[in-house]
Write a protein that binds this ligand. Structure first.
Ligand SMILES: *[C@@H]1O[C@H](CO)[C@@H](O)[C@H](O)[C@H]1NC(C)=O
Ligand SMILES: *[C@@H]1O[C@H](CO)[C@@H](O)[C@H](O)[C@H]1NC(C)=O
Ligand SMILES: *[C@@H]1O[C@H](CO)[C@@H](O)[C@H](O)[C@H]1NC(C)=O
Length: 981
């Protein structure tokens, strides 16, 4: 093979790039992969590059060179090699038979620096920047050498990120180990003659917190790694896998597992290994001075109490710093009480003293000025209260703000807080143990919400630290990848549609281009369904989703079922080696999540069926039992993947919560059964939306039908067996314009068809105008005289031809907020956040908007039409569970109807900063603040609702005007019909 001639065909015109959906995360790839491509050849059949690192470069660069060589091997089938040497020390490289990659750090690599000196390489664009890299083909770098490929970093991590960026673009996913994403096999790898560069990152320190790590991650680790003398499986072999992932995701910061682990002691190589890799280690919010909470029990003399045992606590803290002098560390400062709780004896002035002492100890022990020591004080739980009470904080400390443990940022910093040299950070949760309930089983994160909250954080000046609690990590691949991508490059997430675009690009990288679009759509829907309620919260009674109104519970379960078939279809279409990864990240959460929803939905429906004495209550109960068994089976399947690679993971209990803490084991909810009774009425009839049924009640009434019914709304009644036996029914209507499906059937139990749903239809052209009533008779043909009467109210009204907007049906006008009157009525400043929240989308002001005054500024306009004369109408406003992130300007909205007086509502009360506001638990559980205001009399006819969001820190998701027909539900009625736009 004429390698030499292949090597330098830099014919740019013939070069085709693989830019597609992946371009979004990848920006523009400079690599191409087919035999007919050209450029600088990095790999071919039997050909892999030599990766050359200068002897004087940093340890992390030498280490990553081996990873890059192995990654070329994963892709090409033949490993690259690594050489640590200057250019002149060998001769083998001088011929052009093998591609050479120069990997090095500006100012730290004799290879890079010599190319710069000779003006073969320009690093002025990256030099002295934080974690920045570029790569490119360099022509005639040394005498006799035609070209080399150069990856240059501005600092050690810059170089490491450059190497891993190349690895990802040639086909090795950051998730190669943690989500079993197979490498993309390639025969050829070419690089075009372009300079590619990334960095510096948007957020300086970006990372993850391994937490709530038992039983899943701990059980898995115990079976996999040599357990430390202290009993922890989180030894260096484990952390190497974590650091590999973190760095491939271009992050640099880790809080280690700490429930029963001591990072620096469980394996004495942990500290130096993190430093060698280039990862900053921290300790969690309540573990100051680089010492694990679990070290207190073993090594602290006396109590963890500054007031009564200052000397003991100081010795303990100083030892933590002394131990860490040679390691890359971000020091957690401050102090909380024992075991992640508020301290009874600390107040603001004591805390000021604690931090003063900690800072002087840091400078003393580390021999550096405070400005060179990264430090964070975490504004978690009660801690912001100290600050709010006027506590003074040193300027060098990063104020690490936090969310409410449910993904809602509690407070954004003021501009003066941001201006401090230490700046601001954010501690965010994708997993949590605590009030109101844990969520630590599988992924429940809506990426659109992460985007909304974290761009709020970024645009509020939170640039120094972002750290996410990722629980066991496994299961939270997607939110982790998304969070770190945002932290790396906030600019590429400017567009409000970026979440879906990123998700598609991410899916393409893991599962291939063909599956990308559908996978992104599936996981977007998954995020919406989990935003409605987390799994652990579903056991609350009564069941949150209405089994009675708006077909809410059954529609929700149907959405899960549809989603599962879509995910299964994509899975089955994938090549076998990609299926495992897809199963872990996509199909598993959809399948397992649907199962839990099935359990609770059918339990709730079953209870209603039992009240009606339906024999099918027993069928539902058996289906719940089967779903419960399937849940355990799904977990077992996870454990058996890849010959048990993931044994013991996903072991968290998740069914049968009764308080905030997880139950010891999964348990079935109480099921409802019916038994044979002597009642001779075999036929039962029930109507949608009603708890009364036949034979208890002989005259049943349906909710009204109207030509403006929500498109997803249908009217039905059901006929069913109430005991074992067989009967035939027939339904007749007294109105020719009302028809019904299944007008006659034979039902039987056990074994036959026991239940039939009959759906009504109205021929609106022949229905009388105005209000009328049709009557249907359901007769049991086997039992003379046994008949139920079902009344159907019909509201055949018509809006004026020129009306545009939402139209009342059944006494409500339900509005998805993105469907406002088009601009200019609605101000174009509002942004629609697609797929945000529980139903369709959210609407908000852009993050940097200043507060608006009540009834002024940008407005959302919703024309609507009612047919009812309401004496006591009301408006229900659904908002994101966002906190008052700006305490000087709490979340508020204003509204007016028909140009009348402006009402202003503050949905969330202010607090002193140490507690959650009243109503918080309910809001985070149901994924919304729901606020109702009375509107008084509202006559039938045209109306206009105007809504002003006064703060950029809130998201509006739904509006419901009740003119007398609103029924209880979790999500509110489905959207009303819209005419005209
Ligand atoms: C830090 O590194 C220096 C130089 O290698 C060494 O002498 C010292 O013992 C190290 N300190 C600790 C606490 O490991
Ligand atoms: C119906 O018959 C089955 C089988 O004979 C019996 O197990 C069940 O209890 C009966 N159900 C009712 C509601 O009578
Ligand atoms: C049953 O319904 C069909 C229409 O679906 C109708 O033709 C037939 O007459 C009905 N039979 C009885 C017994 O009502």
């Amino acid at each position: 093979m004429a390698l030499r001639s292949l090597l330098l065909k830099l014919a740019a015109a013939a070069f085709s790039f693989s830019v597609s959906a992946t371009a979004y995360v990848q920006k523009e790839s400079i690599f191409a992969f087919s035999a007919t491509d050209t450029g600088f050849q990095l790999g071919g059949p039997g050909l892999a590059p030599e990766i050359r690192v200068a002897p004087n470069d940093l340890p992390g660069v030498k280490r990553v060179a081996n990873d890059l060589a192995a990654d070329f091997g994963r892709v090409l089938g033949v490993d690259g090699t690594t050489v640590v040497a200057d250019w002149d020390s060998t001769v083998s490289h001088k011929n052009n038979s093998r591609p050479v990659i120069i990997l090095g750090t500006v100012g730290q690599s004799s290879l890079i620096d010599s190319l710069v000196d000779k003006k073969r390489l320009d690093t002025s664009g990256i030099a002295k920047k934080w974690e920045t890299f570029s790569y490119q083909v360099v022509q005639t770098p040394w005498e006799g050498r035609n070209a080399v490929f150069v990856i240059a970093g501005s600092d050690m991590r810059g170089t490491v990120f450059g190497a891993y960026d190349v690895a990802q673009r040639i086909g090795v996913s950051p998730w190669h180990y943690w989500a079993d994403v197979p490498p993309t096999k390639r025969q050829y790898i070419w690089a075009s003659n372009t300079v590619y560069s990334e960095g510096p990152p948007s957020v300086k320190y970006r990372g993850i917190f391994l937490n709530d790590e038992s039983p899943g991650l701990t059980g898995w680790g115990r079976a996999k790694f040599r357990v430390s003398q202290y009993g922890s499986p989180f030894v260096t072999d484990f952390y190497k896998l974590i650091f590999d992932l973190v760095l491939r995701l271009k992050a640099n910061y880790v809080w280690p597992a700490m429930w029963s682990s001591m990072f620096y002691l469980d394996d004495t190589r942990n500290g130096p290994t993190a430093t060698e890799y280039g990862v900053f280690m921290g300790t969690s919010h309540h573990e100051p001075m680089a010492r694990a909470d679990k070290e207190q029990g073993r090594f602290l003399r006396g109590a963890w109490d500054w007031k009564s045992n200052k000397a003991g606590v100081q010795t303990f803290m100083r030892e933590g710093v002394t131990r860490s002098v040679n390691w890359t560390t971000i020091y957690t400062l401050g102090m909380r009480g024992s075991g992640d709780a508020a301290s009874p004896s600390l107040d603001s002035s004591t805390l000021e003293e604690v931090i003063r002492w900690q800072q002087s100890t840091l400078t003393q022990v580390l021999g550096k000025p405070l400005s060179d020591i990264p430090q964070a004080w975490v504004m978690y739980k009660e801690v912001p209260g100290y600050l709010q009470k006027g506590m003074k904080v040193s300027d060098e400390i990063t104020l690490l703000w936090s969310d409410d443990n449910r993904g809602n940022i509690r407070r954004i910093p003021s501009s003066s807080e941001n201006a401090r040299p230490g700046g601001s950070g954010m501690y965010y949760h994708f997993d949590y143990v605590g009030d109101p309930r844990n969520y630590k089983w599988i992924n429940t994160i809506q990426l659109q919400k992460t985007w909304e909250q974290m761009t709020l954080a970024y645009d509020s000046g939170i640039h120094n630290i972002w750290i996410a609690n990722v629980g066991d990590l496994k299961g939270l691949e997607l939110p982790t990848a998304h969070f770190l991508a945002l932290a790396w490059d906030r600019e590429s997430f400017r567009d409000v549609a970026s979440t879906k675009q990123w998700l598609k690009a991410w899916s393409a990288l893991q599962f291939g281009e063909a599956a990308a679009e559908e996978t992104a759509s599936i996981m977007t829907t998954y995020g919406k369904l989990t935003a409605r309620m987390k799994y652990e919260d579903l056991s609350r009674t009564p069941f949150a989703f209405s089994t009675l109104n708006y077909d809410e519970a059954e529609t929700n379960l149907q959405e899960w079922t549809d989603l599962l078939s879509r995910a299964q279809r994509v899975h089955d279409s994938l090549p076998a080696n990609v299926q495992v990864s897809f199963w872990e990240v996509v199909l598993h959460p959809v399948m397992a999540g649907r199962g839990v929803f099935e359990i609770y939905t059918k339990t709730a429906l079953g209870s209603q069926y039992a009240n009606e004495h339906r024999t099918s209550a027993n069928k539902l109960a058996r289906e719940v039992q089967a779903a419960f068994a399937a849940d355990a089976e799904i977990t077992r399947r996870f454990h058996s993947l890849l010959n048990g690679k993931w044994n013991n993971i996903m072991a968290q209990t998740h069914i049968g919560y009764t308080n905030w803490q997880e139950p010891p084991s999964n348990s079935l909810p109480r099921l409802s059964w019916v038994t044979s009774s002597a009642r001779n009425a075999l036929m039962g009839v029930s109507t949608q939306g009603s708890t009364t049924s036949f034979p208890g009640t002989t005259r049943l009434t349906l909710p009204a039908m109207s030509p403006y019914m929500s498109p997803s709304d249908r009217r039905w009644l059901e006929v069913y067996t109430r005991d074992n036996g067989t009967f035939t029914y027939s339904i007749t209507s007294n109105a020719s314009f009302v028809s019904i499906s299944n007008p006659n059937r034979t039902l039987s139990a056990p074994g036959g068809t026991s239940d039939v749903r009959c759906i009504l239809a109205v021929d609106w052209k022949s229905a009388p105008t105005g209000y009328s009533v049709a009557s249907l008779t359901v007769t049991n043909l086997n039992a003379t005289g046994t008949a139920a009467t079902v009344i159907l109210p019909i509201e055949n009204y018509k809006v004026p031809d020129d009306f545009k907007g939402h139209v009342e049906a059944n006494g409500v006008v339900s509005i998805e907020v993105e469907h406002s009157a088009p601009s200019p009525a609605t101000s174009s400043e509002y942004m629609v956040v697609p797929d945000y929240g529980r139903t369709l989308s959210g609407v908000k002001l852009p993050p940097k908007t200043v507060s608006q005054s009540p009834g002024q500024g940008s407005v959302l306009v919703y024309p609507f039409y009612t047919f009812s004369n309401a004496s006591a109408a009301s408006l229900t406003v659904y908002l994101s569970p966002s906190e008052n992130a700006n305490p000087n300007s709490p979340n508020r909205y204003s509204f007016s109807v028909d140009g009348g007086s402006v009402t202003t509502v503050q949905p969330v009360p202010l607090t002193d900063g140490s507690t959650q506001p009243a109503g918080w638990a309910e809001a985070v559980i149901q994924g919304a603040y729901v606020k109702k205001s009375n509107l008084g009399r509202l006559a039938a006819g045209r109306h206009e609702l105007r809504v002003w969001l006064l703060e950029p820190t809130m998201v509006l998701t739904k509006l419901v005007v009740d003119v007398g027909g609103l029924k209880a539900s979790l999500l509110g009625p489905p959207e009303s019909a819209i005419v005209g736009y």
